[in-house]
Design a binder for this molecule. Structure first.
Ligand SMILES: Cc1cc2nc3c(=O)[nH]c(=O)nc-3n(C[C@H](O)[C@H](O)[C@H](O)COP(=O)(O)OP(=O)(O)OC[C@H]3O[C@@H](n4cnc5c(N)ncnc54)[C@H](O)[C@@H]3O)c2cc1C
Length: 596
């Protein structure tokens, strides 16, 4: 039986199922092989990447590709590649463990994630056997390095608006490519990757393109705010000829590749951000312990402790959502015969089922990392503004995470949009749940009561919070059924609430599970982190829900709706100050993010 079987749950089940009713996967369940590759990746960053920090940031030629090839020698490029093509045939959890561990050097992280994620995965899931044979073994070893070219100067968020064109040559043997891609990572040294172009200016399609030969060139390196050591250039095609066999997937179905690969990229980015948060907690704890002001280490000040505790609570939430999602995907993927002709297609469908969770992770991860970087700089005071300190670079490097892999606005709007689409198609019983919630809002006797055991009160608060989210969102949907897509401020409010719901459901369920399986002593820190996060989330959701209701309802409807909503989003009476102090003391003593 697969390591993941008991974590099997359909996508979006978090919204309707009671908190903790389905086990959630987490780092507690990593197996021996996963712990080994985690250690390999961590050691690689410390021993091989960090010594080249200055050379990387100065864009010294050959340094980043050299490090990527070295990572290839250790198997750190091969996790997602099937064994029959020279890879390790690892699952999504293992692939994300590597992404989460290769942090602390943003430029390397982006180069690695691009190569192993959007650079290699289009071939893994959409390539023919011949294409895989031709490229995958060499991408897995690092002999070839990958890229992914979707964006153009005129089409970023509107990716399908690409102008790049492909036409078949008169003899039918080659595709002739014309156009320019913008902001393409790794392209200063990459060998092969996916380019999206429209066949005859109409059919949006993916192509495997080697960066060599006439008609292929790149622009100059962009001068960026951060990730200075990474390569970002435009990619120019002027009557570039590529073999007819290098069409990827089917003609006119490039959107399937683009969107499914983005889902995977978002998952990876979310967990890479969780790793980045842990790096910043370590840097900040180390600094706070050694820096003295007013005769004592600044670590003793509650103002500093609060920052560290909130950094850790957000990290715990992202980590819990991240591995819960990969575990659920792996549970489904484990029952798929990946060597069967339709194997890759089925895996893609399993991943697509978690598209909402992937968008949530991308947004939550990148914003948690931004928060940790900002507070990390603040903990360092003036030194945080000085280039010698790692937090200064991290602050600049992490900004881009809110922009690429779909901006956080686009990802936010995908959350309610996709949930509603699935509900309309009858893929999950949202309508039934909304009916029950409307009844409960009118009659408190119908509300569920709290269970028993560890974090029972918190699980109950989460279950009510999820009802509050759906209750408020339903009012917006009912009022704006016809033009909801245009009501972006409402969609963003709905997204924020739905994201917080996933964060609290995952954190509380995981902390409760640790308490039940390992005892309350081991669950002390996870429980505190889950509670601290929950206390903030209840306030955020309540504020977003109130704002949404005030905007969509008239005065006569509003009073009753607010009353109903407050039944779900009441006060969570938690003494956060001692909890934050306890968490911060734990982190400061260990000088890193750890639950033990
Ligand atoms: C360092 C770096 C590396 C990159 N690497 C790659 C790569 O390897 N491959 C690749 O293909 N691309 C890459 N990109 C491009 C990146 O994915 C795009 O920049 C991103 O998708 C946003 O597109 P844009 O820059 O055109 O912004 P725009 O789409 O113009 O967006 C501008 C603003 O408008 C908002 N907006 C846009 N549309 C809407 C809408 N419908 N509703 C509401 N708000 C909207 C956005 O959220 C944003 O705030 C990279 C970018 C950078 C900076």
């Amino acid at each position: 039986m697969s390591q993941y079987e008991k974590f099997r749950a359909p996508g979006l089940s978090y919204l309707l199922a009671p908190c903790g009713s389905v086990p959630v996967f987490g780092p507690e369940y990593f197996n021996e092989d996963q712990r080994m590759i985690q250690q390999t990746a961590t050691d690689f960053i410390v021993k091989d990447v960090q010594p080249h920090d200055a050379a990387l940031e100065a864009k010294q030629e050959g340094v980043l590709p050299g490090l990527l090839r070295k990572a290839g020698e250790l198997g750190l490029l091969a996790v997602d590649v099937p064994e029959e093509y020279g890879g390790l045939g690892g699952d999504k959890t293992t692939s994300n463990i590597v992404a989460e561990s290769l942090v602390g050097q943003g430029s390397f992280m982006v180069g690695h994630a691009t190569h192993t994620g959007i650079g290699t995965l289009p071939l893994v899931y959409f390539g023919t056997a011949a294409q895989k044979e031709q490229y995958l073994p060499r991408l897995a070893s690092g002999e070839l390095l990958g890229y992914y070219a979707l964006t153009e100067a005129g089409s970023g968020s509107d990716a399908l608006g690409a102008k790049c064109r492909a036409v078949l040559s008169p003899d039918g043997k080659e595709w002739i490519l014309n156009g320019e891609k913008q902001f393409i990572t790794n392209v200063g040294f990459a060998d092969v990757g996916t380019v999206f172009a429209k066949i005859d200016g109409e059919k949006f399609t993916g192509f495997l393109v080697e960066l060599k030969g006439p008609g292929v060139s790149t622009g100059a390196e962009e001068h960026k705010m951060g990730i200075h050591g990474s390569s970002t250039r435009s990619l120019i095609f002027e009557d570039a000829r590529i073999p007819r066999a290098n069409l990827l997937g089917k003609e006119g179905e490039g959107h399937k590749i683009a969107f499914n690969i983005l889902n995977l990229g978002r998952l990876k980015l979310g967990l890479a951000c969780s790793g980045g948060c842990k790096f910043l907690i370590r840097e900040s704890a180390l600094y706070a312990n050694q820096r003295k002001q007013f005769g004592i280490p600044i670590a003793k000040f509650h103002a500093i402790k609060e920052k560290l505790a909130l950094m850790a609570a957000r990290t715990f939430a992202v980590e819990s959502m991240g591995y819960r999602t990969t575990g659920a995907i792996d549970a489904i993927a484990a029952s798929i015969d990946k060597k069967a002709p339709d194997g890759p297609d089925k895996v893609v469908k399993a991943i697509e089922e978690f598209a909402v969770e992937a968008s949530i992770l991308k947004v939550a991860g990148s914003e948690a990392l931004w928060f940790c970087a900002d507070e990390g700089v603040q903990i360092h005071g003036g030194y945080g503004f000085i280039a010698e300190y790692a937090v200064e670079r991290a602050y600049r490097d992490c900004r881009v995470n809110r922009i690429f892999e779909g901006t956080n606005e686009i990802n936010r709007m995908l959350v309610p949009g996709t949930i509603l689409k699935r509900a309309m198609k009858g893929q999950f019983d949202l309508m039934g749940a909304l009916g029950r919630i409307a009844e409960e809002a009118k009659d408190p006797a119908k509300l569920p009561s709290a269970g028993t055991g560890p974090l029972a009160e918190e699980a109950h608060v989460v279950d009510l919070l999820k009802r509050g989210v759906l209750f408020a969102a339903n009012h917006a949907v009912s009022k704006h059924m016809a033009d909801l897509q245009k009501q972006q401020m409402l969609l963003l409010a709905m997204a924020d609430m739905m994201m917080e719901a996933y964060a609290v459901d995952s954190s509380v369920a995981r902390a409760r599970q640790i308490a039940l399986e390992q005892g309350e002593v081991k669950a002390r820190i996870p429980a505190l982190l889950a509670r601290i996060y929950l206390a903030n989330a209840v306030r955020t959701v309540r504020q977003r829900a109130e704002d949404l209701l005030v905007n969509v309802l008239d005065d006569a409807e509003l009073t009753e709706a607010l009353e109903g909503m407050h039944r779900f989003l009441g006060l969570y009476r938690m003494k956060t100050i001692p909890a934050k102090v306890a968490v911060a003391d734990h982190l400061l003593e260990r000088e890193r993010y750890t639950l033990a």
